[in-house]
Ligand binder design. Structure first.
Ligand code: NDP
Length: 332
């Protein structure tokens, strides 16, 4: 029998502004390596997944330079290209990928309600939370004062503006090391402000930092304030804060980059989903299951330990398989 083509069915453009309720089998929130991998598996298992990409489509890796540790790319790959590849693979199997941010949830019933952009309501049999984590700030007033005027949490996004200038990166982990090395290729001088007398970064990244001539590591330094007329012109640091040798040091910089870790993006589900004290979603060990049946979590939003693209992708696969098994048990 002839069935008229329902154009609204695959029209992604108006989805997030419609006020009607939509019922889906599997809703994926977030589009990093975890979300896309969950989408690939869910789509291939006929769950017809709908994905909302969130604030930063492609997730944190879209702001990374070279990714050298994702299996399958012997020469390395840039973060944005890797994410485009994952997205294309998710689309190939029919994932319905849309713009929009999940702003509110109600997980009290058997059908899970998720509001997109505070307007559209999705009723989902299963929900996969893959919302990742967001860069942390030190909490200084000056970070807000100079936001967009010299303060940044993304060297690959903003480094371009500091060609030939002096900048500082705060942090001692792999992100800080990576950002400092990236910026050293653009800026004339990079200070790496490290609060302890050692780096947390992996050995290979540490070696690269130490080999880069225009990076100066400021050991046991912490930031007290930033100064400048409208834009950042320098920073006031404490050296050996809280010790008898404590002293104040001023550096002249044009850019101040934060690289001190991330906060999991779980606030919008915290009334229903159990998290740890930092906000990482708790999952039943060895699974992606949360405390709510039919709601699963994967990637950085539930992983305080590994936080790698490949582990995020692996956990996305687990979430889709868990969702598929949940649905087949439910429907018999
Ligand atoms: P980490 O948590 O590993 O490191 C955070 C760093 O910031 C630490 O050095 C920490 O100091 C410092 N820090 C935290 N709070 C403050 C503060 N208030 N003031 C000053 N310094 C502070 O975060 P990353 O983002 O670096 O890395 C997260 C994960 O991602 C890690 O597992 C890492 O290995 C991985 N990663 C891997 C990459 C790669 O392989 N290419 C690239 C980037 C990240 P302290 O050491 O004293 O606690």
């Amino acid at each position: 029998m002839f069935k008229p083509l329902d154009l609204s069915e695959n029209d992604n453009h108006n989805q997030s502004v419609s006020s009607e309720v939509e019922r889906v089998k599997c809703l994926i929130i977030g589009s990093g390596p975890a979300g896309y991998t969950a989408a690939i598996y869910a789509a291939r298992a006929n769950l017809a997944p709908v994905m909302y990409e969130g604030l930063q489509p492609g997730g944190q890796l879209t702001t990374t330079t070279e990714v050298e540790n994702f299996p399958g790319y012997p020469e390395g790959v840039t973060g944005p290209v890797l994410m485009e590849d994952l997205k294309a693979q998710a689309k190939r199997f029919g994932t319905d990928i849309r713009w929009g941010i999940a702003t509110k949830v109600d997980f009290s019933g058997e059908i899970h309600k998720v509001w997109i952009d505070e307007k559209k309501l999705i009723e989902a049999e299963t929900v996969i939370i893959a919302t990742g984590a967001t860069a942390k700030y030190l909490g200084l007033e000056d970070e807000k004062k100079y936001a967009g005027s010299g303060v940044s949490a993304c060297a690959t996004c903003d480094g371009f503006f500091y060609r030939g200038k002096d900048v500082a990166v705060v942090g001692g982990g792999d992100t800080a090391a990576e950002e400092a090395i990236y910026l050293a290729g653009l800026a004339s001088k990079v200070y790496l402000i490290v609060r302890r007398n050692e780096l947390r970064a992996s050995k290979v990244m540490q070696d690269r930092v130490f080999r880069t001539k225009n990076i100066e590591v400021l050991w046991e330094h912490q930031t007290k304030a930033l100064f400048g007329d409208g834009v950042v012109e320098g920073a006031v640091l404490w050296k050996k804060k809280g010790t008898p040798e404590e002293e104040e040091v001023k550096i002249k910089i044009d850019g101040f980059f934060l690289a001190i870790g991330h906060k999991p993006n779980s606030d919008f589900v915290k009334d229903f989903i159990d998290t740890d004290e930092v906000g990482y979603i708790k999952t039943i060990p060895g699974t992606s299951k949360t405390n709510v049946p039919g709601v699963f979590a994967c990637g950085d939003v539930q992983d305080p330990v590994y936080r790698q693209a490949v582990t995020a992708a692996g956990s996305g696969c687990m979430a889709a398989i868990d969702a598929e098994r949940y649905l087949s048990e439910k429907h018999g």
